[in-house]
Design a protein around this ligand. Structure first.
Ligand SMILES: Cc1ncc(COP(=O)(O)O)c(C=O)c1O
Length: 429
């Protein structure tokens, strides 16, 4: 056997500032990294140093606190044992596509044909494909802030993002009056409910008014003109607060169906962020294009995960029951934060929060801008003085001096919350 000589390649500056970065494309070099991931790295560093940290940063689940449902795990194992390890069809296995179609009909009252369902490796590829399929460089995307990652998806498509500020009184969701001035000439309106970062969901009347505005704008444009599309990311809907039933634009205003792209998946509903199963439900002419785009990237969901998800969605009542277990565990944590933060406020500390509204999140306001000057500085103070790690709303596109923060509970134990809030009391006292 020939002897292999290992070549020392590191001296060729493979990963140093001397590497030929200048030769990269402008899309890559002008990408802005995720601030949330940067903050998460800072938190990991503190934890590695042995400091107590309540990590309320990432919109993820710790498998220690939130294990995926046993049914999902068993279904994946069965599919693997049955040798389901080859390429799935590029729009998803037929079992899962029909299960999504039937589940949407039964649970959301949306009667779509099979050709309207596209499965991919999580919600992210679906959002990317929708942006790519709909937008040309320079097209306008309207999105409310705070919201998750629309700025990055605009950058990836060369679209012009119009960020519309929202208010705490509205749970940080936009109203039709907020959006209406920006819709003329826009190509995409990107909405998310329940909302990352606030957890709040649209009221039916609020969403109906927005959807009517989209339909009206398309009526004005007439056939032949490029329409205004509505991206409706409902990835958290199965874990929305029980008292706030989820609403969809197409159920409220069926005329919006030709322009609406639903984004959904199992990442949050089944605490299964690492399994990578998401889907779009959209008009078939658009789904075909999105499928072709994703086919070139190969961003398919793994076949065993698709088949296991199909079994769960297909079993009557199963998806809702499993999501309810996830929601109950989330609610316990949100309730502990709600109680503890309420007690700090009652004691006169400059703390205010919105009532938990579902999903994984709670919105916290710290009236400390006068003392610290920016959200960044407040965050640093609480991280280092209290081991209390949160993400400022400006990571979701708002200004850096509004004093609002997202607390995300998927990676913390219920018992960790009271001692952490005592540390916050000391740090703010
Ligand atoms: C609103 C929203 N949409 C989509 C995603 C991404 O979901 P996935 O992990 O399935 O790609 C997230 C993740 O945090 C999210 O908050």
């Amino acid at each position: 056997m020939a002897t292999l000589t290992r070549q020392p390649l590191a001296p060729l500056a493979l990963d140093s500032p001397a590497a030929p970065r200048e030769g990269l494309g402008t899309l890559a070099t002008s990408l802005v990294g995720s601030e949330i991931l940067r903050i998460a790295a800072e938190v990991r560093q503190l934890a590695a140093e042995g400091k107590p940290v309540l990590n309320l940063t990432v919109g993820d689940f710790s498998p220690r606190e939130f294990r995926i449902p046993a049914e999902l795990e068993a279904g994946i194992a069965r599919a693997l044992a049955a040798g389901q390890t080859n390429y799935p069809p590029s729009d998803g296995v037929a079992e899962l596509r029909s299960a999504v179609r039937d589940f949407y009909a039964e649970a959301l009252g949306l009667d779509y044909p099979l050709e309207a369902v596209l499965v991919a490796g999580g919600a992210r590829p679906v959002i990317w494909a929708a942006y790519q399929a709909i937008l040309d460089p320079g097209d306008t995307v309207v999105y409310p802030v705070p919201s998750w990652n629309n700025n990055h998806y605009c950058h990836l498509t060369g679209a012009r993002g119009v960020a519309v500020e929202t208010r705490p009184e509205e749970g940080f969701l936009p109203t039709a009056a907020d959006l209406a001035p920006h819709l003329a000439g826009a190509t995409l309106l990107a909405l998310n409910s329940p909302l990352n970062p606030a957890g709040s969901g649209f009221r039916r009347d609020q969403l109906a008014a927005i959807t009517h505005a989209v339909v009206e704008e398309n009526r004005r444009r007439g056939p032949g003109a490029k329409p205004l599309y509505l991206l409706y990311d409902q990835i958290y809907w199965l874990i929305a607060a029980e008292r706030a039933p989820h609403a969809t634009p197409v159920d409220l205003v069926p005329e919006a169906a030709p322009y609406t792209v639903f984004v959904d998946g199992i990442s949050k509903a089944f605490a299964a962020t690492g399994l990578r199963v998401g889907w779009a439900v959209a008009p078939p002419y658009l789904v075909t294009r999105m499928r072709d785009l994703l086919g070139h990237v190969g961003a398919w969901a793994p076949k065993p995960e698709q088949l296991a998800t199909a079994e769960i969605l297909g079993a009557p009542g199963c998806a809702r029951a499993l999501a309810a277990t996830v929601r109950d565990a989330i609610d316990q944590r949100l309730a502990a934060l709600d109680r503890g933060l309420g007690a700090l406020a009652a004691d006169g500390l400059p703390v205010r929060h919105l009532p938990p509204a579902g999903a994984l999140y709670l919105s916290l306001h710290l009236d400390l801008i006068g003392r610290f000057g920016s959200n960044r500085a407040i965050r640093q103070h609480l991280l280092h003085e209290a081991g209390f790690a949160m993400v400022p709303f400006h990571s979701f596109g708002t200004r850096d001096d509004n004093g609002w923060f997202r607390l995300s509970v998927g990676a913390v134990g219920v018992d960790e919350i009271p001692p952490a809030l005592e540390r916050v009391r000391a740090a703010l006292g």
